[in-house]
Design a protein around this ligand. Structure first.
Ligand SMILES: NC(=O)c1ccc[n+]([C@@H]2O[C@H](COP(=O)([O-])OP(=O)(O)OC[C@H]3O[C@@H](n4cnc5c(N)ncnc54)[C@H](OP(=O)(O)O)[C@@H]3O)[C@@H](O)[C@H]2O)c1
Length: 365
């Protein structure tokens, strides 16, 4: 039996292939190692961003492949198929960061009832949030019937939650309006929902404004998460006197320049979160208004975790997760793909932005 992995050319993301490798057998494991059989994972623009920014943010380092190939990390579920670790038994199911491959060999450390960390040498310099695997059997938030929503939403909505917390901690930079680009993305929708959900208790009459492609305006409007929905070519129609904060999920150089030029000093803060428009990055670095600041969710989690404790942070997230997932479940259409060709097609469609925002892609390996 062979195992397989899906790889992309790190320098030409449209080049991809499935590679066949010898299967790792139980007898191949060294003391302390565990073999995971990858079951399923979500695939969204977030994964394309991992690839597009792979060199700068070290995303290629998680699951190395021979140059020029790279394995894109995905969030999903895997089962322990062989174990030489005394505390981890065969059959355990875990949730975490995985390669687009049928197998993953890990070296568990910091093993507890709830999780372990892969301490493999090539991963020690990477953020803890990405190296941790959670056992589904002891995860209080795990519900087997909602695995797809967990894979699709948990990593993204955690970021939405951390952004919401960051904005609230900064008193929304005294702005009257929060503008979200790639407003149709799941991470942006999550943030918009959270801002709206807590608006009355926070007592701040913030306007939540969506910037999106004209083809996605109707979908975004239909959800009712935003107060205003504007297409990228109509930024001029926004009131330039309104004190505003930009939260940028698109990473599109032209769109960001348009926002900065339109609001100038009335832009109170500019946050760079994503690069959904991964092939339209770049642009003028000397923009009017505040210098844009990168928001890295795992880094902010570590900072807030030290201040509040991880348990308190998770409880706060859980309070928003439940109503948000209830809402998303009403409109999201989960699309499962399996097999070499279907996975390559789903990858290329996501790369080209040919996936409808209401769709959630799950890949089975
Ligand atoms: N900084 C962090 O820690 C962090 C954490 C989580 C997510 N993020 C980032 O947030 C962004 C959104 O991720 P997601 O997974 O939530 O996205 P998603 O749900 O897959 O978003 C789909 C939307 O992104 C835009 N898009 C995607 N591919 C495109 C393409 N090739 N060309 C043009 N537009 C494209 C379109 O929105 P519009 O038409 O509305 O532009 C599309 O409707 C990603 O860049 C992700 O990396 C960052």
């Amino acid at each position: 039996m062979n195992s397989s992995r899906f790889v992309v050319d790190q320098n030409h993301l449209e080049q991809c292939e499935t590679q066949t490798l010898p299967t790792i057998e139980a007898a191949d494991l060294s003391e302390g190692e565990v073999l995971l059989k990858v079951d399923s994972a979500a695939f969204t623009a977030n994964n394309i961003t991992y690839a597009a920014l792979g060199k700068r943010f070290k995303y290629w380092d998680f699951f190395p492949a021979e140059a020029p190939w790279g394995q894109i990390p995905v969030w999903g579920f895997a089962d322990v198929s062989a174990s030489r670790h005394p505390e981890i038994s065969v059959g355990s199911r875990v949730y975490g960061y995985l390669p687009m491959a049928s197998q993953l060999l890990v070296l568990p450390g910091r093993v507890s009832q709830s999780s372990f960390v892969d301490t493999s040498a090539h991963r020690t310099h990477l953020a803890l949030a990405y190296n941790q695997y959670v056992f589904t059997a002891t995860d209080p938030a795990y519900q087997p019937q909602y695995e797809a929503l967990q894979m699709l939403l948990r990593p993204l909505l955690l970021t939405s939650f951390l952004l919401d917390d960051f904005l609230a901690e900064n008193a929304f930079f005294s702005a009257d309006q929060i503008i979200l680009t790639s407003a149709s993305s799941k991470t942006a929708l999550g943030l918009a929902f959270m801002l709206q959900h807590q608006r009355s208790q926070r007592g701040q009459p913030l306007t939540i404004t969506a910037l999106t492609s004209s083809s996605n305006c109707a979908f975004v409007e239909s959800l009712g998460y935003y107060d205003k929905v504007v297409s990228y070519d109509a930024i001029d129609s926004l009131d330039a006197n309104q004190l505003s904060v930009s939260v940028d999920f698109a990473g599109n150089g032209q769109v960001l320049a348009d926002i900065h030029q339109h609001f100038a000093d009335n832009l109170r803060f500019s946050s760079l979160v994503g690069a959904a428009h991964w092939d339209q990055r770049g642009g003028d670095k000397q923009l009017p208004g505040p210098a844009a600041e990168v928001f890295f969710a795992p880094g902010y989690w570590e900072t807030r975790g030290k201040e509040l404790g991880n348990a308190e942070l998770m409880q706060r997230f859980a309070r928003l997760w439940a109503p948000l997932v209830g809402s998303v479940a009403k409109w999201m259409k989960v699309n499962e793909v399996r097999g070499e060709q279907a996975i390559a097609k789903a990858y290329l469609d996501t790369l080209k932005g040919n996936i409808s925002p209401e769709q959630g892609t799950i890949m089975r390996f």
